[in-house]
Design a protein around this ligand. Structure first.
Ligand code: AMP
Length: 214
């Protein structure tokens, strides 16, 4: 099964898509995570993407389409994939349709995670994750049980995304409403869209996503 998780920054795409995916043999492909890895590794793509990501804008369609085109050919994607953060523009959605068709694959569903606008800035400013296992936390809504120690793996190093600050968040939200929100209508018209309540507790969002996948 191949699906897209659609939703604004802060909707919880990264952390709610996870459950069940191992059982389903699906891999989660986050273009944001791939771009952050490219920035950290100092690759050509990373150099092009760095300043744009820091400003909260969108990296060019060509770059992200190229990344996804290559990535879904890899063996681990053959059981199915969850696209997280891609497509983000109508040209990316059209390119995805085309490349899936060329590869003899299909898009099964698009799950929209709906979240109140007012909650997004609050959710994003305060996010951090374990540097070792990637478990996600929040200063106010989901602190670690023991301060400074990951609940999941016991590590004591944490990371915060460079673009998770109040100023950049506003640009990211603007980019979402200008470029990405039209995809909701695009996939509704294609009869692929299913919506889940992203304001529910994370475990429940995950169960709703799993239920939507059927
Ligand atoms: P995310 O982790 O999905 O919030 O993405 C972080 C940043 O990476 C975004 O603010 C964009 O600058 C860039 N990015 C990630 N995915 C895409 C995409 N599909 N198209 C353009 N830019 C992207």
């Amino acid at each position: 099964m191949n699906i897209i998780l659609l939703g604004p920054p802060g909707a919880g795409k990264e952390h709610s898509g996870g459950a069940d995916r191992e059982e389903r043999k699906m891999v989660q492909l986050s273009t944001g995570a791939m771009l952050r890895a490219a920035v950290a590794a100092g690759t050509e793509i990373g150099k092009k993407a760095d300043a744009i990501m820091k400003s909260g804008g969108l990296v060019s369609d060509d770059i992200v389409i190229g990344i996804i085109n290559d990535r879904i050919d890899e063996p681990d994607c053959q059981g199915g994939f969850i696209l997280d953060g891609f497509p983000r523009t109508l040209p990316q959605a059209a390119a995805l349709d085309k490349l899936l068709q060329q590869k003899g694959k299909k898009l099964d569903k698009v799950v929209e995670i709906k979240v109140d606008d007012a909650a997004l800035v609050d959710r994003i400013s305060g996010r951090f994750s374990c540097a070792k296992c990637g478990a996600g936390y929040h200063d106010r809504h989901k602190p670690t049980k023991t301060p400074g120690v990951c609940d999941n793996c016991g590590a004591t190093e944490f990371t915060r995304r460079a673009d998770d600050n109040a100023e950049t968040v506003k640009s990211r939200l603007m980019a979402y409403y200008r470029e990405t929100a039209p995809l909701i209508g695009y996939y509704f018209a294609k009869e692929k869209l299913q919506s889940v309540d992203g304001m529910a507790p994370i475990d429940e969002v995950t169960s709703q996503i799993n239920a939507a996948l059927g």
